[in-house]
Unconditional design. Structure first.
Length: 465
């Protein structure tokens, strides 16, 4: 449904004259069946026999004319005048839906909700743990969450530096963060220098070949936008070797090469007491001596929690922003950001012994088939994992009965009340009661892999609370 609305100017309310859409402030008139993604700040009038679904809060008053029907997912703060219509208030606590992407709710097999308020809160929590600048890593389409809305929300939260995968992602960030510093992790390919200059993005130099290309570009264009120098100090598999970096250092001091950041990656940050961390820290400190005065960055999300010795001038917050635990083995200090739900498309009774959709029944079993599969990024259970993939239906946990097919996931709902596991009911795959880290552990994966693999067939809802 599309919203057909108009504003009633005060003069028209008094005179009773016909009114069309106008810009002046006044009550919001709903003159046809409508769905509004977001909160409504003004008073709202729903005319006769019209329906209105508000996926947010009604902050003003509400008038419901005879025969009209209103559903509000959030709350209603103003006065309610019901002249003979129907009202449902779900009190879900939604304050604002920022944007919706993908297929409509009716056509999509599932919904992926991204809580931008919790995203911003996670960024704030990470910034409070360090005196260094906190950059945001939004590579791989913001770990599959959508780079434009994620980067836009982080920019509004005070983030000034972003790391992206490639130039197209840099353009997306530049569109929502005009003043930000943007580093492109994939580096500098031949002939791409002008594109970096055009959007004012900085390449991360990973090899001597890229250094040579950088020399040519800077010499020819006299561009002063800067770059980052990535050095492999811990066998990460990408970056200049220590020997290459130290050999290049004298040229940085004698020529204007525009190196704005010395970059490396702490390889074992998830293990707080790993002795290899101390060895790598010492190596990185020694490397910095060859690049005096140039800011340095070593710590990612997990490295932030190792203390100030790993922070240097800039830390790079990545997966923790999206609610993934940066401290495995300890309580997750981050707030959940992602909620993934999908719809039950069929419920089947299996008489043992039999199998259906890969699920083998040893007893009489009720199986719910959910509209989601490996084409949507849902993982297979790990063969050597002691955990079991589980979902939540109506707040109750149910086991995944077998590996997903391309489009379907079989759920064992034998022990669930039949009224809860029914055609059309929504199943929580990530979210309340099903943490993403638990799903990752049960599938022998990581939270980053789960997030970045989520497909584009869901309706995506970006909202703030």
């Amino acid at each position: 449904m599309s919203a057909v609305v108009a504003r009633l100017p005060e003069s028209a309310e008094r005179s009773g004259e016909p009114v069309g859409p106008v810009a002046e402030a006044g009550p919001l008139l709903i003159s046809s069946s409508s769905e509004i993604h977001g909160s409504i700040a003004s008073d709202t009038i729903v005319q006769r026999n019209c329906t209105l679904h508000v996926r947010g809060n009604l902050l003003g008053g509400l008038t419901i004319e005879p025969g009209a029907s209103v559903v509000v997912d959030g709350s209603i703060d103003g006065r309610i005048i019901n002249k003979g219509g129907r009202l449902q208030v779900h009190n879900k606590g939604l304050a604002a839906c920022v944007t919706v992407e993908g297929p409509s709710e009716a056509e999509a097999g599932g919904t992926l909700k991204i809580n931008l308020t919790n995203l911003a809160a996670n960024y704030e929590r990470l910034t409070k743990r360090t005196e260094a600048e906190c950059a945001a890593v939004v590579r791989a389409d913001a770990y599959g969450c959508g780079i434009s809305p994620i980067a836009g929300a982080l920019a509004k939260s005070g983030c000034n530096t972003f790391f992206v995968s490639d130039l197209p992602e840099a353009r997306s960030v530049r569109a929502v963060a005009p003043q930000a510093t943007i580093y492109v992790l994939s580096g500098l390919y031949a002939g791409t220098g002008p594109a970096f200059a055009d959007i004012n993005a900085r390449p991360v130099i990973n090899s001597t070949i890229e250094l040579a290309e950088w020399d040519v570009f800077v010499g020819a264009q006299a561009w002063e936008g800067g770059c980052a120098l990535n050095v492999d100090t811990g066998n990460s598999g990408l970056g200049l070797s220590l020997e290459e970096a130290t050999a290049f250092a004298p040229r940085v001091q004698s020529l204007n090469h525009g190196v704005a950041l010395l970059l490396s990656r702490l390889n074992h940050a998830v293990a707080a007491h790993d002795v290899r961390n101390e060895r790598q820290l010492e190596t990185f400190r020694e490397l910095r001596r060859f690049y005096p005065g140039i800011p340095a960055s070593l710590a990612d999300s997990s490295g932030i929690f190792l203390g100030s010795k790993t922070h240097f001038d800039l830390v790079r917050a990545g997966s923790a922003l999206y609610g993934i635990n940066p401290t495995p083995g300890a309580t997750n200090p981050m707030m959940p950001v992602i909620e993934l739900k999908a719809r039950i498309v069929q419920v089947r009774e299996l008489a043992a012994p039999t199998s259906n959709n890969g699920a083998h029944a040893k007893r009489r079993t009720r199986l719910a088939l959910v509209a989601l599969g490996h084409a949507d990024g849902y993982p297979r259970p790990a063969g050597d994992s002691s955990g079991v993939l589980q979902v939540a239906i109506g707040g109750q946990r149910c086991p995944v009965a077998a590996a997903p097919s391309m489009d379907l996931l079989p759920i064992d709902v034998t022990d669930l009340d039949r009224s809860m596991a029914r055609f059309g009911a929504m199943v929580t795959l990530i979210g309340d009661g099903v943490p993403i880290d638990e799903l990752a552990a049960a599938s022998g994966s990581t939270g980053r892999e789960i997030l970045s693999g989520l497909g584009r067939r869901f309706q995506r809802i970006y909202y703030a609370t």
